[in-house]
Design a protein around this ligand. Structure first.
Ligand code: UT7
Length: 331
């Protein structure tokens, strides 16, 4: 009997039209284009229009993805929406997306994995394909980070943007393509270094929580930076090693886009060449669950990937959560 593997059969993305440059930010808070570029590599970010929300971005990214596949929304079996910025606490964004998209035969759920959400979602979706349970799973990493960043906190507000990236997973029996391995990790002791303190059952919303600015992202940037480099390097080395590969075998390495210095330090430690690296942080900043699918989508569209190419994805984010996915490109 042949093994069924999951593979990415289509990919798409959506970013809001509105661009906010570093100079625009410098008009609002005490920062500068020079500081942001040098410390993060970010030049501009996309920001939702008034009234535009997570499910709008998700639907546009999925429609873009499906338009490249010939698959109709009604054919989707399962919708996974990795995000930390759902439209609302409930119903799930997956349900709202299902309705707007007309994916009437799909069930779905949101997945809270922060910057690793997309990789957690890929691994989860692939299991449903590999067991033969489903034929068409959509994973859409989407975040509207501007809805939870403090516009007065220069240490966080310059770092994030809004966007969505979607993939369609389908089964294949072609041994030359598809998912090879997933390596996912979590360490809850890191939770305090990157979190949004209020709005959940621990500290429900009140006038006090609003006054204390507790519904915004709070981050110990230096600590997060240090662990991001260490863990993305370790997890990528380990996944390569246990699959009998070395970094030179990779056509493309797609890291989470949080800071260009994190990406470069990780790439140096993995001994990757610049032409193996997917980087687009300069245009979109950190879009949390969306950075990896957007980067992968852009790399594919630029002709940087062909069928059979070896690709590693790596993430690190709040939780702490981190992980790596190894695959052979299948489109
Ligand atoms: O996706 C989730 C994962 N998140 C990350 O991976 C983020 C990881 N961390 C980072 O990317 C970096 O730590 C930051 C970009 C957040 C900060 O860079 P840094 O080199 O670690 O700077 P710092 O926090 O040590 O701050 C250096 C200085 C401080 O001033 P003093 O104390 O030296 O006087 C900050 O107040 O830079 C100041 N600063 C700013 N100055 C101008 C902080 N933010 C800004 C700003 N503009 N926007």
């Amino acid at each position: 009997m042949k093994n069924t593997r999951a593979y990415i059969s289509a990919i798409g993305m959506y970013v809001p039209e509105k661009r906010v440059t570093n100079d625009d930010m410098a008009h609002l808070i005490d920062t500068s284009d020079e500081w942001i570029r040098e410390r993060t590599g970010i030049c501009e970010r996309r920001v939702v229009a008034d009234g535009e929300c997570n499910s709008d971005l998700s639907v546009k990214a999925i429609e873009n993805c499906l338009s490249n596949s010939g698959v109709k929304a009604e054919e989707i079996d399962l919708l996974i929406v990795p995000t930390v910025t759902p439209d609302m606490v409930f119903p799930s964004t997956a349900c709202l997306v299902q309705e707007k998209l007309g994916a009437k035969n799909a069930w779905g759920f949101d997945l809270s994995g922060a910057c690793s959400g997309f990789l957690y979602g890929l691994a989860t979706g692939a299991q449903f394909i590999q067991t033969g349970t489903y034929k068409k799973v959509v994973v859409v990493g989407t975040d509207v980070m501007t809805s939870i960043i403090d516009p007065q906190d220069r240490t966080t507000c310059v770092l994030f943007g809004d966007g969505a990236g979607a993939v369609l997973l389908e089964p294949t029996e072609d041994e030359g393509i598809g998912f090879l391995d997933f390596l996912l990790r979590a360490d809850g002791s890191g939770g305090k270094f990157l979190h949004m303190p209020a709005g959940g059952s621990k500290i429900p919303a009140s006038h006090e929580t609003v006054d204390k600015r507790m519904h915004y992202v709070h981050q110990d940037g230096r600590t997060v930076f240090k662990f991001a480099v260490k863990y993305m390097t370790e997890v990528t080395s380990e996944i390569l090693q246990r699959n009998g590969r070395v970094s030179a075998d990779l056509t493309l390495f797609v890291p989470h886009q949080a800071n260009l210095r994190i990406i470069k330090s990780t790439a140096n430690r993995l001994r990757l060449r610049e032409d193996q690296l997917a980087v687009n942080i300069e245009r979109y900043a950190n879009t949390t669950a969306a950075t990896i699918p957007i980067s992968l989508c852009e790399a594919f569209r630029k002709g940087r990937l062909k069928k059979g190419d070896l690709v590693a994805l790596a993430s690190f984010g709040a939780g702490f959560t981190w992980g790596s996915v190894l695959l052979r490109w299948g489109i």
